[in-house]
Design a protein around this ligand. Sequence first.
Ligand code: ATP
Ligand code: MG
Length: 747
Amino acid sequence: MDVSHILDSLNEAQRDAVAGPVGSALILAGAGSGKTRVLTHRIAWLIQTEGVSPYSILAVTFTNRAAAEMRGRIESLLAMPIRGMWVGTFHSIAHRLLRMHWQEAGLQQNFQILDADDQLRLVKRVMKNLNLDEKKWPARQAAWFINNQKDEGLRPKHIEDYGDIYIKTHLQVYRAYEEACERGGMVDFAELLLRAHELWLNNSRLLQHYQDRFTTLLVDEFQDTNSIQYAWLQVLAGDRDNITVVGDDDQSIYGWRGAKIENIQRFTKDFPKARTIRLEQNYRSTGNILKAANGLIKQNAGRLGKELWTDGNDGDLIKLYAGYNEIDEARYIIECVKQWSREGNRFCDAAVLYRSNAQSRVLEEALLRSRLPYRIYGGQRFFERAEIRNALAYMRLLAGRDADAAFERVVNTPTRGIGDRTVDQIRLLARSKNISMWRAASAIAEGDSLPSRSRNAVGNLIGLVNSLDETTRGTDLAGLVEIVVEQSGLKAYYEKERGERGQARLENLAELVTAARTFDPEDVFVFDNDVFGEQSPEEVAETVELSLLEQFLNHAALEAGEGQGDANQDCVQLMTMHSAKGLEFPLVFLAGMEEGLFPHRMSLEEPGRLEEERRLCYVGVTRAMKQLYLTYAETRRMHGSDTYNRPSRFVGEIPQELIQEVRSQNSLVRPAGRSMRVSARVSTIGKDLEIEGTDLKLGQRVTHAKFGEGVVVNYEGEGKQARVQVNFVDEGSKWLMTAYAKLEPVP
Ligand code: ATP
Ligand code: MG
């Protein structure tokens, strides 16, 4: 049989790993050295030359997408479909086992899976029944406790409270939560793994069956397995000693979720016969990107230690861009992506990676304005998040009470005692009289068709919206959002949802205030140049004639619904650095390289977490194949307020000779007196200040008839199309067409 092509295009170490004898192996190697490729080729090799049946192979990947990709590659290597092989994430494999063996696992046949939200809600309910004070005992913390115990394989009966009130209370919740899950036939994510493990422990015949079946085990991204996943694998592997794991200790980024780097060392102890193979040649990135990654990760202590090299070119230097603010940062990224596309490249080969989901909003808005197709992976788009939609729904009712969808959305959010039956009544009345739900609700609140409790609850909602309307009259858009978030009760509602998720929701709501504060229909006009042709902002405002609130809501609706390309479209890729694990892109931007943002401020106190942030940065850098841009903003509006952060220490840890500081093509000037230089090689600003075809220059003081005095900080285009960005003293920053704005230079 011709097997040579499976070993083609592999280097010697990779070939050794792929074609080595059957038996356990640890492939420990840095990013882009072909670990995933080796795993795929190994499977193909085993099937083709060792006669291993696909049916006896179980491969674990980190995402479902990676699983699909792996299967596809193996099929194309073997030029035939493969059936019977199991490839999936730990969770999906555990889920499959439990569905097949629900009885042995002690589950109800139609057990339901609880996602993190559902779980939290259930924990809350349980705690309420136990009469625990939510302020003292946040539900999120209890859920965290439960998940941690499960990740360690511990049931309540295994846990000793040592008289510690913290453990004692949480243990009580854990017990009651477990009972509720049993009764309702519910299984959370951590439970999937623990049950699958217990399935082995409690059913020796079943275990024997699977040990006989899955004689070949392979695991990708092994550095991110937690205790229970490790234990599950170990039991399944049994004495057969045929498990291949690949990983990179430098890319362990899920410690905060219980992953254990130590599993790598443990593996060599538990499987002493395992061969250890190191791959050191990198095939993904240019020399400069690789040197940057090596320099960065060297700062971490306690590494297993490895150095990557490439025989490819050094390639371009790593570009560093200092945005004036986050909007300028986004604008610059888009300018580069456009250039990339003009050079004949595909959008999908460009990825923008960031530390926190909240960063995506500004990027998304800028992409939409410039009409570039984009796609966000692993994470919801800003305007689609539940808390944002809820706040917007209240605002929609303020703009017009007859917005039924908005009414339905918030009728009982936050909970105010309007049950499903009452909502049904409102709906019914609205339909029969052909009126809006708001009007139907008003009629019901005044009539006597409902018991007084429900009637009052409906009356309260109506009163609330009317009073919001009164309170917000005359306030600006940002003020309006702030009042709505506060007085609708949404803020308090999410405050109760403690822990990271609740915190994230509050941060997003604060971000909505920022979005409103910086919302400028003229901005939309400037970027939508091709749609509005050459109308001036004033003309546009006249023809549209919508209130600012309405324009903002339209803008939000558009953002929630459109712009996101479908799966097959050629789109710019947006994702967090966590979700970029294992992937590669020719062009990569790491946005928001600022202290406090990345490394995240929560990690600054603990050396262990700081190192994890650095590994995350290493993951980000090593996603890039050809070009890498690091960008940061000198001022950033985050969570509703301005922050002035220094550039990330990670930028400084990259050998400086690899970094080239760049300016936008549309030269950018920072306000005098504040400069955030990372090194002494900041390009000198001062020349190129003149804006062609105008009597303006960067840094120039100007006055505008409506907006007053300001400073020109940026420009785009030239001649009749020239636009300038002016920082107005009272009105903040605005983009204006020089041809219409009639800016007067102040001497
Ligand atoms: P990560 O740590 O990021 O998961 P990895 O070690 O799994 O990376 P792969 O994704 O398998 O690395 O490989 C990185 C890139 O290098 C891929 O595009 C792969 O096709 C290519 N590659 C790997 N080995 C070779 C080789 N011997 N010849 C040519 N290309 C290779
Ligand atoms: Mg990989």
